[in-house]
Design a protein around this ligand. Structure first.
Ligand SMILES: *[C@@H]1O[C@H](CO)[C@@H](O)[C@H](O)[C@H]1NC(C)=O
Ligand SMILES: *[C@@H]1O[C@H](CO)[C@@H](O)[C@H](O)[C@H]1NC(C)=O
Ligand SMILES: *[C@@H]1O[C@H](CO)[C@@H](O)[C@H](O)[C@H]1NC(C)=O
Ligand SMILES: *[C@@H]1O[C@H](CO)[C@@H](O)[C@H](O)[C@H]1NC(C)=O
Ligand SMILES: *[C@@H]1O[C@H](CO)[C@@H](O)[C@H](O)[C@H]1NC(C)=O
Ligand SMILES: *[C@@H]1O[C@H](CO)[C@@H](O)[C@H](O)[C@H]1NC(C)=O
Ligand SMILES: *[C@@H]1O[C@H](CO)[C@@H](O)[C@H](O)[C@H]1NC(C)=O
Ligand SMILES: *[C@@H]1O[C@H](CO)[C@@H](O)[C@H](O)[C@H]1NC(C)=O
Ligand SMILES: *[C@@H]1O[C@H](CO)[C@@H](O)[C@H](O)[C@H]1NC(C)=O
Ligand SMILES: *[C@@H]1O[C@H](CO)[C@@H](O)[C@H](O)[C@H]1NC(C)=O
Ligand SMILES: *[C@@H]1O[C@H](CO)[C@@H](O)[C@H](O)[C@H]1NC(C)=O
Ligand SMILES: *[C@@H]1O[C@H](CO)[C@@H](O)[C@H](O)[C@H]1NC(C)=O
Length: 357
């Protein structure tokens, strides 16, 4: 025993001697004096490139709305000069975020701003669209952040995305709807984020790095509740008690595109799926991915029923509130936030953002 025990004890003592006071042993990169603020893998490069495309569209978008609508248009939507300054300030935040991600990628290898096309015609639609774009940016980033090889880069990105989470909530408050109807913000994959972003990018400079993630065929919830049409939400509010826009048991009517369509910058990306036949609808919400059967399938359309349930059981909180990510899949593969990317190969179409509350 002795010869074995002594080196063991000596090893433990050496470790204890090295440990700094009040510094629990363990963790990743907890004693690094020179963290590496750059991509450390292709996964890091591609994810940060996608994050940069996200920051750049937000930067353009906020400026676009401010320039497009008159002071009167904003006043009619209940948004004051101070509210407009806040949107301008958010655009400035995007300048900072884009600079930070560009610095991580290296100034000579950072993608530049593109030409965009937005679907809004009114201030309320602009605010609603901002809420949607910040939402998929936020959830898309949460999906890959913890998987980056560069912990130092992940930390900077986290410090920007928490700011964007605040933007998203403020847009809900500008709409006068409940600001955060969830206990947890969901995580989605890069391909889901890119699928939702690409349709609004018309063209990009030739020297930009192409986004390497998948463009899934588009999914449309043809009876998606339309928040901008709803009366009673006309005035901005810090919070408002309103009924949900949909309820468990509601039927969703879905239609989706076939793969092979040109989308995104310069129409140079082609939608693709590697899934089999459509059978389920995935609901990504909070910490949960739930599946409901896809029924009445005919060609590229079908329907399903909104599920119910509360996140930690009765009398906690509805699992399906706020903006939900809905996809058509070929399988009801069980996934959790840390392995949600395994779902990509089973996506037939989507995601679409469902306005449940
Ligand atoms: C610092 O971390 C490295 C590995 O990351 C480890 O080998 C080393 O023992 C650690 N030093 C201290 C003082 O904890
Ligand atoms: C530039 O970034 C792309 C991803 O956006 C990466 O694939 C490539 O290796 C990078 N090149 C250099 C020289 O850093
Ligand atoms: C996309 O189109 C724009 C405008 O025509 C052009 O300037 C740019 O070089 C194109 N980008 C690529 C990647 O081909
Ligand atoms: C989705 O369906 C609705 C209702 O049919 C339609 O008005 C809308 O244009 C569709 N959206 C897309 C992107 O196809
Ligand atoms: C919501 O309704 C408005 C007004 O009818 C319409 O202009 C807008 O396109 C709709 N938005 C969506 C996402 O369907
Ligand atoms: C707001 O909604 C909560 C939850 O339904 C309820 O307990 C509360 O009484 C409501 N407050 C007002 C002022 O409507
Ligand atoms: C959450 O969803 C439930 C069920 O649809 C609804 O009754 C409730 O009002 C919603 N709560 C919020 C804060 O949106
Ligand atoms: C989808 O991608 C797979 C794998 O890269 C490829 O074999 C297939 O041809 C693609 N399908 C379409 C419709 O582009
Ligand atoms: C099934 O879908 C068809 C249209 O595709 C529709 O006419 C029919 O009412 C649907 N059936 C049910 C049970 O909803
Ligand atoms: C949602 O996810 C949490 C965390 O994984 C789990 O504990 C809970 O049972 C799930 N709730 C539902 C309704 O699926
Ligand atoms: C939760 O509520 C449902 C519907 O009220 C009830 O059927 C079920 O038994 C409850 N579950 C638990 C664990 O109390
Ligand atoms: C994803 O992880 C969960 C545990 O968090 C596990 O139960 C599930 O089987 C995993 N999914 C796949 C497809 O491996």
């Amino acid at each position: 025993m002795r010869p074995l025990l002594i080196p063991l004890i000596a090893g433990v003592c050496a470790e204890l001697a090295l440990a700094l006071p009040y510094t629990p042993v363990g963790g990743l990169d907890t004693n690094s004096s020179s963290p590496v603020y750059q991509p450390l893998s292709d996964f890091d490069y591609q994810s940060l490139n996608l994050a940069l495309y996200q920051e750049l569209i937000e930067l353009d978008l906020f400026h676009n709305g401010l320039a497009k609508f008159s002071v009167q248009d904003f006043e009619d939507a209940g948004l004051t000069a101070e509210d407009r300054y806040l949107i301008e300030f958010m655009a400035d935040q995007e300048v900072g975020h884009a600079t930070m991600v560009s610095n991580l990628l290296g100034p000579n290898n950072a993608s530049k701003s593109c030409e965009y096309s937005y679907p809004f015609e009114t201030v309320r639609e602009f605010i609603e669209f901002n809420e949607m774009v910040t939402r998929f940016g936020e959830s898309g980033t949460y999906g890959f952040l913890e998987h980056l090889n560069s912990r130092a880069a992940a930390q900077l990105l986290l410090q920007s995305i928490t700011t964007e989470a605040r933007q998203q909530m403020i847009f809900r408050q500008f709409e006068g709807i409940f600001p955060m109807p969830m206990w947890f913000v969901p995580a989605v994959t890069q391909s889901m984020q890119w699928t939702l972003m690409a349709p609004y990018i018309v063209s990009c400079p030739a020297e930009n790095n192409r986004v390497q993630f998948q463009n899934f065929p588009a999914l449309n919830i043809t009876n998606n509740p339309n928040v901008t049409e709803m009366s009673g939400f006309a005035e901005p509010a810090i919070t408002r008690n309103h009924s949900a826009f949909s309820a468990p048991g509601d039927t969703l009517y879905l239609s989706w595109e076939s793969p092979g369509k040109s989308v995104g910058p310069n129409n140079s990306y082609i939608t693709n799926t590697t899934a089999g036949s459509p059978q389920f609808v995935a609901w990504i919400s909070q910490l949960n991915t739930t599946y409901t059967p896809l029924t009445n399938v005919s060609g590229n359309s079908g329907q399903t029923t909104q599920p119910g349930g509360e996140i930690y059981g009765n009398h906690t909180f509805s699992t399906y509130n706020g903006t939900l990510f809905v996809l058509v899949t070929d399988s009801d593969l069980p996934v959790t936030p840390a392995n949600i990317s395994l779902m990509n190969q089973h996506v037939v179409a989507g995601p679409a953002l469902y306005q449940s509350g």
